[in-house]
Design a protein around this ligand. Structure first.
Ligand code: NDP
Length: 436
């Protein structure tokens, strides 16, 4: 195939994968929810249900959010989180310099918002004001409503990107599908202070993960009068992971999701719908499957999961500490080994950046994905191996991160050019040391 042929072929592949994600994700969310909650986690049972009950069966898998309950739940949660984002105090944080040369400024109040959210939610239950089991009982309608609302929100982002971009880090590719899918703006804001990506990714997406993890635990407790050790291990690991996320939230603002990916369907719809539905799915399954692991096994899984979360945190911490101190720190007790790389911004200015080549970042170029995937495995394995579906998230995450590692390598290669080649020669493996 000639160069022109290759370009057309890869453009077609990109379009095909974008359009399939746009159309296949929403039904998949509903099928997964139905199978976890009503079909014992068995894909075959869902298939039999659809075959036997035809249109009525389909209506049960895709419930219409016709009652006010799901809309009130989503609306109250979103409004609560938006208010916390705006009003809670937090230190000023400057994000990394953007491709157009801007420095976005944030208010770092994520941990406070996380603490207020969980304390409020558990207190509402404890004092009998609101029963979280209602959320679980309306989960299908909630996901259906979220799919619709988030789609409309992505249309809003697309229009805003065209008519009222918040900064010079925006623009159209000239193609409506690409603009809608990958987004138009890097840092869309409402007014000066309300950062939309902080809201969608952190305060709605990640926060809903924590709230749903607690919801599943409470639902199992209300159903059975106790919480199984498998559910406890799953919930504790997920909550530790999410606590780590909010503890380090300003670090997240320096990662690809925020600093490189524009606000479109891929990232925003993903955080608004995919995170609450798919990321929480192992816990969703455990509600009706209270496996009893026994203390030694439960504690072993817990310890392995905690270790993975710690290593993942330490990888991110090492990179950020190294960049923050301009390489004047110690990595595993020694002065870091590094590459001083120069690159050009979109405006043509020459800038310098440091690439760490020791510590975790010397093992492979994206070693942090290994403990990330392993931690997800350890909070899923309490479901044991009766069904494949609880492992969907781990498999999805593996594909996502392998693709992300490639995208990041490509981006860094075009940014740093010969310096990235030097890094690749020094640190040869992309993710798994010695293998890949
Ligand atoms: P990061 O943004 O943290 O790291 C990649 C960036 O770091 C590169 O784009 C480059 O940016 C810089 N960089 C690359 N190599 C080096 C180096 N050797 N030294 C210094 N800087 C370097 O990656 P991610 O956003 O993918 O991951 C952040 C965290 O989020 C991880 O813990 C990851 O596991 C987690 N994550 C979780 C997901 C989930 O769905 N559960 C999905 C994705 C990530 P620059 O242009 O600044 O040089």
């Amino acid at each position: 195939m000639g160069e022109a042929g290759k370009t057309v072929h890869s453009a077609l592949l990109t379009y095909t994968s974008m359009i399939s994600l746009l159309t296949l994700c929403p039904p998949f969310v509903m099928l997964l929810w139905y199978t976890m909650v009503h079909a014992d986690g068995s894909v075959i049972q869902t298939y039999e249900h659809l075959k036997q009950h035809g249109l009525q069966g389909l209506k049960e898998v895709f419930p219409l959010p016709s009652s006010p309950t799901p809309w009130i739940i989503i609306g109250s949660f979103a409004a609560f989180e938006a208010v916390l984002q705006l009003v809670l105090p937090g230190k000023r944080f400057e994000g990394p310099i953007s491709p157009a040369g801007n420095i976005p400024v944030y208010k770092a109040n994520g941990l406070q918002a996380y603490a207020v959210t969980l304390i409020t939610y558990i207190s509402l239950w404890w004092f009998g004001i609101f029963d979280p089991a209602i959320v679980y009982d309306h989960l299908g309608e909630i996901f259906a409503a979220l799919i619709v609302e988030s789609f409309m929100f992505c249309i809003f982002l697309y229009i805003k990107g065209h008519v009222a971009p918040s900064s010079s880090d925006s623009g159209s590719s000239g193609n409506i599908i690409i603009d809608f899918y990958w987004g138009m703006e890097l840092y869309p804001r409402i007014g000066k202070n309300f950062d939309i990506k902080v809201f969608t990714n952190c305060r709605f997406g990640m926060m809903s993960w924590a709230v749903l993890a607690v919801t599943y635990c409470i639902k199992q407790y209300e159903e059975n009068g106790s919480v199984s050790d498998s559910m406890l291990v799953n919930t504790v690991l997920m909550l530790v992971y999410i606590t780590k996320f909010f503890w380090w939230e300003s670090g997240y603002w320096c990662t690809m999701d925020i600093a490189h990916d524009r606000a479109g369907f891929y990232i925003c719809w993903g955080c608004l719908v995919w995170v609450p539905s798919i990321y929480t799915s192992p816990g969703m399954y455990l509600v009706n499957h209270p496996v009893n692991l026994g203390t030694p096994l439960a504690l072993s899984i817990l310890a392995a999961g905690l270790l993975c979360i710690y290593i993942n945190y330490d990888c991110d911490r090492q990179r950020q500490e190294f960049r923050r101190t301009n390489g004047k720190c110690t990595i595993w007790g020694r002065a870091p080994s590094k590459i001083v790389a120069t690159y050009k911004t979109e405006k043509g200015e020459t800038k310098t950046s440091l690439l760490l080549t020791s510590g975790w970042w010397g093992l492979s170029r994206h070693f942090h994905y290994v403990p990330e995937i392993s931690a997800a495995f350890f909070w899923t394995v309490p479901a044991l191996f009766n069904h494949f579906l609880p492992y969907f998230y781990v498999i999805f995450l593996t594909i996502l991160l392998f693709d992300r590692a490639k995208r990041d390598d490509d981006r860094c290669s075009s940014k740093y050019q010969k310096y990235w080649k030097l890094y690749c020669n020094k640190v040869r493996y992309r993710i798994i040391p010695g293998i890949y």
